[in-house]
Ligand binder design. Structure first.
Ligand SMILES: [Zn+2]
Length: 128
C-alpha cells in the first residue's frame, strides 16, 4: 500500500523524534517529570511528545526537524503552547535556544515557516 504524504513524513521523522526524546527526557517548558510540578497521576502525562513550533500549514514540514521541535509533556503540549498569544513561535524558539542550542537554527526554521521570525524577537524572550 502506498503511504500518504503525511504517513511518509511521519515515518521519516520518527528516528529523529525518538532520538530527541531520548536526549532530552524531560519537558523543555516545565521540566516534567524530573523537576516539574505538573504530574497529576499515572497515565495522565506519562509521556513526553514532540511539538512542532511551526504549525498549521507548516506543521508537516516541521515534523522531525530538530530546529522546529520542542520536547514537551502532555500538559504543556495540550495546554500551554496552544495559546499563541502567550506562547508565540518567538517564545518557543527561545526555549529551544536555551534548552538545545545545538539544534537551534533560525535560518532553517524560516525556510519552512510562513511567518518569518527575527532573532531580536527571540532574544526578547530569552530575558523574560
Ligand atoms: Zn511541561
Amino acid at each position: 500500500m502506498k503511504l500518504t504524504r503525511a504517513q511518509k513524513i511521519e515515518k521519516e521523522a520518527k528516528p529523529t523524534i525518538d532520538a530527541l526524546k531520548a536526549k532530552h527526557k524531560e519537558c523543555m517548558i516545565c521540566g516534567w517529570p524530573r523537576i516539574g510540578p505538573r504530574y497529576k497521576g499515572p497515565g495522565h502525562l506519562s509521556s513526553i511528545v514532540a511539538h512542532e513550533i511551526a504549525n498549521g500549514a507548516c506543521r508537516l514540514a516541521a515534523r522531525g526537524k530538530p530546529f522546529a521541535t520542542l520536547i514537551l509533556c502532555g500538559d504543556c503540549n495540550s495546554n500551554a503552547v496552544t495559546d499563541k498569544a502567550t506562547w508565540p513561535a518567538e517564545r518557543q524558539l527561545a526555549v529551544l535556544l536555551r534548552k538545545a542550542p545545538e539544534d537551534y537554527d533560525l535560518t532553517a526554521y524560516n525556510q519552512i515557516a510562513i511567518r518569518k521570525i527575527h532573532q531580536e524577537d527571540v532574544d526578547t524572550w530569552l530575558t523574560n
